[in-house]
Design a protein around this ligand. Structure first.
Ligand code: PEP
Ligand code: MN
Length: 324
């Protein structure tokens, strides 16, 4: 949010003037002061610069315009309603059996939604690009079998219709955060959108990207912090958790955290998940693979089902009575 430094209209005494104007002004003031001596005291030095808080440029996303938190419905799951929503599944859908098994395991561990990529945005054109339409169908099937709503990425405007038919939540990946043709198309669908923060996007750019969806008519928007690029290379990205807390204050939209891409390291996913929950995230997007060592993408940051179940127990300890 920006503030403008505003210097109030300078008083006649403070305004620089040409010699002639200055004479005229002095003459007029002098005449006024003679007629009304109290006017002399009114001619004071310029007032100091004052800071006026200007309205946020992301008008519809801003909490000023909409103080109550928005709750987004993805299938029968509410995001932003005060409980931590956990979305879990593989980076890429690799086979029918892989996504069905993952769905069953993450559901058993307590996940609320199933994730899986059918269209993959890969840095290298030589890397696995996803299995497309058939993977979408397997994802939808695995979601139906387990009762988990599904989230998957849509890469281009031409795929929006097809992906909307199969997914409950449409993911805009980090690389596409400022793909305005895609955002404009997604603004017209009836499915909610998960908008990831771009790797080099400022918070304002991220919220203005959300504004494309909102102003185009889609009010069902969930934001996802997934790490940004900094000088640090020890982690894949730098997870901006303070940014999550800030965005929760600036906007009314739910904000979730992706600790998998945010750290790039399996051993950091659990602590980053707990930190995200502690700072007020509305949910988590976690990569889980039945055998991370054999994953076709992002295996090094994927949990296996046992590790995911262990994390879930620390995120949602069962009530004391139920544990006995
Ligand atoms: C993903 O969720 O698998 C993904 C590609 O994420 P991001 O767009 O954040 O890199
Ligand atoms: Mn991934």
């Amino acid at each position: 949010m920006s503030s403008r430094a505003v210097r109030p209209e300078a008083t006649p005494a403070a305004r620089p003037a040409t010699a002639a104007a200055s004479r005229t002004s002095r003459g007029r003031r002098g005449a006024l002061a003679e007629r009304n001596p109290s006017r002399r005291a009114a001619v004071t030095p310029a007032r100091p610069v004052v800071l006026l808080k200007s309205a946020a440029p992301f008008r519809l996303a801003s909490r000023e315009s909409h103080p109550e938190s928005t709750i987004v419905a993805a299938g029968d799951v509410s995001i932003g309603g005060g409980t931590l929503v956990v979305m879990a599944g593989p980076c890429s859908i690799e086979s029918r059996q892989q996504i069905r098994e993952t769905a069953r395991r993450v559901k058993a561990a307590g996940a609320d939604m199933l994730r899986g990529g059918a269209y993959k945005p890969r840095t290298s054109p030589y890397d696995f690009q996803g299995l497309g339409r058939k993977a979408l169908e397997w994802l939808a099937e695995a979601g139906r079998e387990t009762g988990l709503p599904v989230v998957t990425e849509v890469l281009s405007p031409e795929d929006v219709e097809l992906v909307s038919e199969h997914a409950d939540l449409l993911q805009v990946g980090a690389r596409n955060m400022q793909n305005y043709a895609l955002l404009r198309r997604l603004a017209t669908v009836t499915k909610p959108v998960l908008l990831k923060r771009g790797p080099s996007a400022t918070i304002q750019e991220w919220l203005l990207a959300a504004e494309y969806l909102l102003s185009g008519g889609n009010l069902q928007v969930v934001l996802c912090e997934r790490g940004i690029r900094t000088f640090e290379t020890a982690t894949r990205n730098t997870l901006d958790l303070a940014g999550v807390a800030l965005v929760k204050q600036l906007t009314h939209l739910p904000v979730i955290v992706d600790p998998s891409h945010g750290t790039g390291k399996r051993a950091l996913v659990a602590p980053a998940s707990r930190a995200a929950a502690a700072i007020g995230a509305d949910g988590l997007l976690i990569e889980v693979h039945p055998c991370p060592g054999r994953a076709l993408s992002d295996g090094e940051q994927s949990l296996d089902p046992g590790e995911f179940a262990a994390l879930m127990r620390t995120l949602r300890p069962r009530p004391f009575a139920a544990r006995a």
